[in-house]
Design a protein around this ligand. Sequence first.
Ligand SMILES: NC(=O)c1ccc[n+]([C@@H]2O[C@H](COP(=O)([O-])OP(=O)(O)OC[C@H]3O[C@@H](n4cnc5c(N)ncnc54)[C@H](OP(=O)(O)O)[C@@H]3O)[C@@H](O)[C@H]2O)c1
Length: 264
Amino acid sequence: MNFTNKTIWVTGATSGIGRAVAIEISAKNVNLILSGRNEQALGETASVCEKKGSTTLIVPFDLGDEKSVNAAAKTVLDKGVRVDALYQFGGISQRSFVSETPVSVDRKIFEINYFGTIALTKLVLPEMIKNGGGQIAVTSSIVGKFGFPYRSSYSASKQALHGFFESLRAENVPNNIAVSVIIPGRIKTNISVNAVNKDGKTHAKMDVGQDTGMSAEKCAKIICKKLKKEKKEILVGGKELIMVHIRRFLPRLYYYMASRVKPL
Ligand SMILES: NC(=O)c1ccc[n+]([C@@H]2O[C@H](COP(=O)([O-])OP(=O)(O)OC[C@H]3O[C@@H](n4cnc5c(N)ncnc54)[C@H](OP(=O)(O)O)[C@@H]3O)[C@@H](O)[C@H]2O)c1
């Protein structure tokens, strides 16, 4: 995947990793569609991208509202825009124990992280197939590879994305659709600040894990390099990534470690 002369739709472009990726891929002859809820922040991302030479189209939507996702896709597709790549970073995290979290909060997390994401994918995919192919990326998490205290439905929603996007990849090899699942560890963004708590309100704290994580800019550089190579899984982060390998090869050690993790 060469970004030049391509139209790339980036969700979660208002902040953090999505914003950094949009800026990282910005250059002359790269057309960007930028999405998220916060229109003002999208405008700020767009102006940085335009300074680097990209054209931008701002398409705000709420991943938690299917009608809003449908309307966004209609806006883009009705303009006759050919989407070459869809890079999806939009999502929210969680900070609450299973025992205290109402199902309404679990559903909210799934609506945004899973259903909103697959809805957009399903709207863009047929056009990509008609156009002869394209690239679709989705952002999971290391806790998309294992369970983790205080993240039950966040982890579950990310694990669901693996099942969906692996199936999508397998079905669409003949259609020339490349699928990448991005798996960040701890990246210094506002993900913990914006995470939902047991009341469905924002956690509103920068957790130590995030604060000491890799910068969004460095993360974006690594992601873009691997997206160019159409890697199927893109692990990005620091020493915390070892947990993915411990879960796989030393499951008993993982069970022990996970049970001793302090929630924050
Ligand atoms: N940072 C980490 O350590 C880490 C680790 C693993 C995985 N991830 C994943 O990486 C992705 C990006 O997160 P980040 O770290 O960059 O956090 P972030 O700074 O909080 O960014 C989250 C992005 O998602 C968008 N978003 C949230 N809710 C939305 C909704 N209902 N509708 C549309 N867009 C929505 C936000 O835009 P608006 O608020 O404007 O809507 C924002 O652009 C997420 O999928 C996250 O789960 C992050």
